[in-house]
Design a protein around this ligand. Sequence first.
Ligand SMILES: Nc1ncnc2c1ncn2[C@@H]1O[C@H](COP(=O)(O)OP(=O)(O)OP(=O)(O)O)[C@@H](O)[C@H]1O
Length: 246
Amino acid sequence: MYKQGDAEPILQLSGVHTHIGEYHILQGVDLVVPRGGLSVLLGRNGAGKTTTLRTIMGMWHASAGRIQFDGRDITAAATPDIAQASIAYVPESMAVFSALTVRENLYLAARNGPLDTQRLEWIFGFFPALRKFWNYPAGLLSGGQKQMVAIARAIVEPRKLLLVDEPTKGLAPAIINNLIDAFRELKETETTILLVEQNFNFVKKLGDTVSVMDDGRVVHAGPMSDLVEDRELQQRLLGLSLDSHQ
Ligand SMILES: Nc1ncnc2c1ncn2[C@@H]1O[C@H](COP(=O)(O)OP(=O)(O)OP(=O)(O)O)[C@@H](O)[C@H]1O
């Protein structure tokens, strides 16, 4: 768990509960995202990971608890204000405009003025496919390439925090390797990343810290290296068999 004395985290959820209609989905989530680097939120299907991201973004409102971002209480803030406070969100559905070109998708995502060409070159550096398909409708791209467009849209302007929901879902292993390289580059920048995943093999190479959710709560938090080294903990928390990955 987060230790007293560490630098102030960029994001902290304390005892967060979320109800969706009659369902009590988040049941006291305590989550700490340290400033800088890449944090991972793991957990089985239905553990509450997406609901946690949506609650951070104000798409569902917490019924109890507190969410602090960059020294500010955002628990009751509206989604546009949270986005304006410099959190970008890439949902599982990727939010790419299929009928628009890659170029138009990126231009539309720039809210604070025209696209910065230097930043665009920097994005092309780790997503070269975007340069290649710049004038193609995004709907024609592969799943992995669409994921790249979605992430590029989220970082087309500098953001303090990037939330990404299951970027590897449905992608072939070769494409996942490209994404690993891209996230390695990204995590060296000023943007802090919180990655929601079920694919442990993907995030174990990327995460600095990891939190694991089950039944609407965070049941484990610590350095990724601790979880990577402890096969029994993996089995207990993630249900991974001891020889399912190397
Ligand atoms: N709109 C909704 N209405 C009712 N229940 C919902 C709604 N959205 C999510 N849930 C329920 O909340 C629980 C947590 O879902 P959530 O999508 O947050 O889990 P998850 O950990 O992201 O899993 P997955 O990887 O399958 O998306 C699940 O039991 C799900 O059925």
